[in-house]
Write a protein that binds this ligand. Structure first.
Ligand code: KG4
Ligand code: ZN
Length: 325
């Protein structure tokens, strides 16, 4: 069974092909350089770039897989959350294709896509588990007691985790996306030289906060601390904050399995910090952590029984909570 998955939720056009639950092709057309001069993603520009990229990217994915459009059995796209104009490009394209081919269409929640990406190589994993989605737009910790049930335990009170890496990187004069740049610079620095403290010390809940950290980075640079040391300390403290919240949630709920998804899941310091805490950990394989189409195809494949009919009537939803309870 061939599944085509499309994600155009933000600034990357993602097209993936999954065959019987295995990722065959995963192409991402990044718009990062188009938005660079504006200090953030420009929604109208993102929509236009998706319009230009989507059809050639789908054709390229099919060519790479060596299949024709008629081989597709199921077509899926992200319906939300995201930028509405951007979402509509992928969603409308996918619906049009599904309708023309007479194939079922599945509308996917972006965060559910991220979660299934963490299980790409581990389809045997089953609930209950904890799932942390930490990306440029989201920092959500879910308890998943059963497939399709998402209980929100905590979320960021301000900036998302990836956004914090991006903002700290900008303060440090590094490029976008900031996560990988910070990770590279941090390797050359000594975190013990910079006094930044871990956010929300002493809280008993499972929320996150990163905006104070960004301000602290700016202050530390003003005071003349070396950029590499500031990057190293920022990363250490951000990772420690995430780890403390997640490990507290694991203790409190008794769950021993943790999925870490979204772009920040690629961070090796975070991966290292979570190892050895007695949890069974699952991270997305390379290329599946940041926004992509294969994760959408994987989610559609894994949840197809939940969607009895084609979902051509489902609208785009820029604000779409995943939590079901
Ligand atoms: O999942 P994603 O593509 O975006 C959203 O759905 O929002 O994640 C992108 C985010 C960016 O903020 C980027 O800086 C961050 O993930 N990121 C990282 C790393 N790689 C990407 N953050 C920390 N360390 C990394 N290695
Ligand atoms: Zn995402």
């Amino acid at each position: 069974m061939w599944v085509l998955g499309i994600d155009t939720s933000c600034d990357d056009t993602g097209v993936g092909l999954v065959r019987d639950g295995q990722v065959v092709v995963n192409l991402v057309a990044s718009q990062a350089s188009r938005h660079q001069g504006y200090g953030g993603v420009v929604p109208e520009l993102a929509s236009r770039e998706h319009v230009q990229a989507i059809d050639p990217l789908v054709r390229a994915a099919l060519a790479e897989a060596g299949v024709g459009v008629r081989h597709l059995d199921l077509i899926a796209a992200t319906r939300g959350p995201g930028l509405v104009g951007a979402l509509l490009v992928g969603l409308t394209y996918a619906k049009g294709l599904a309708f023309a081919l007479g194939r079922p269409f599945v509308a996917v929640h972006h965060l559910e896509g991220h979660i299934y990406a963490a299980l790409a190589h581990h389809p045997e994993v089953a609930p209950p588990f904890l799932a942390l989605v930490a990306s440029g737009g989201h920092t959500h910790l879910f308890e998943v007691p059963a497939w399709g049930t998402y209980r929100l335990l905590g979320a960021t009170l301000d900036d998302a985790a990836g956004e914090a890496f991006d903002k700290a990187a900008r303060a440090l004069g590094l490029g976008y996306p900031g996560g990988p740049e910070i990770e590279r610079l941090a390797a050359e620095g000594d975190p013990s030289r910079v006094p930044l403290s871990v956010p929300l010390q002493g809280q008993e809940g499972f929320d996150f906060s990163f905006s104070g950290l960004k301000t602290a980075v700016v202050q530390a640079l003003k005071k003349g601390y070396a950029p590499a040391d500031v990057a190293a300390r920022f990363q250490q403290v951000a990772v420690e904050h995430i780890a403390q919240v997640v490990l507290r949630a694991a203790r409190s709920t008794g769950h021993t399995t943790l999925l870490v998804a979204g772009g920040v899941a690629q961070n090796r310091a975070l991966q290292a910090r979570l190892q050895g805490a007695g949890l069974e950990l699952f991270f997305p394989p390379r290329g599946l952590a940041t926004d992509n189409g294969a994760m959408v195809a994987l989610a559609a494949w894994r949840t197809r029984e939940r969607h009895p009919g084609s979902e051509l009537g489902v609208p785009a939803a820029p604000y779409l909570p995943l939590a079901t309870s």
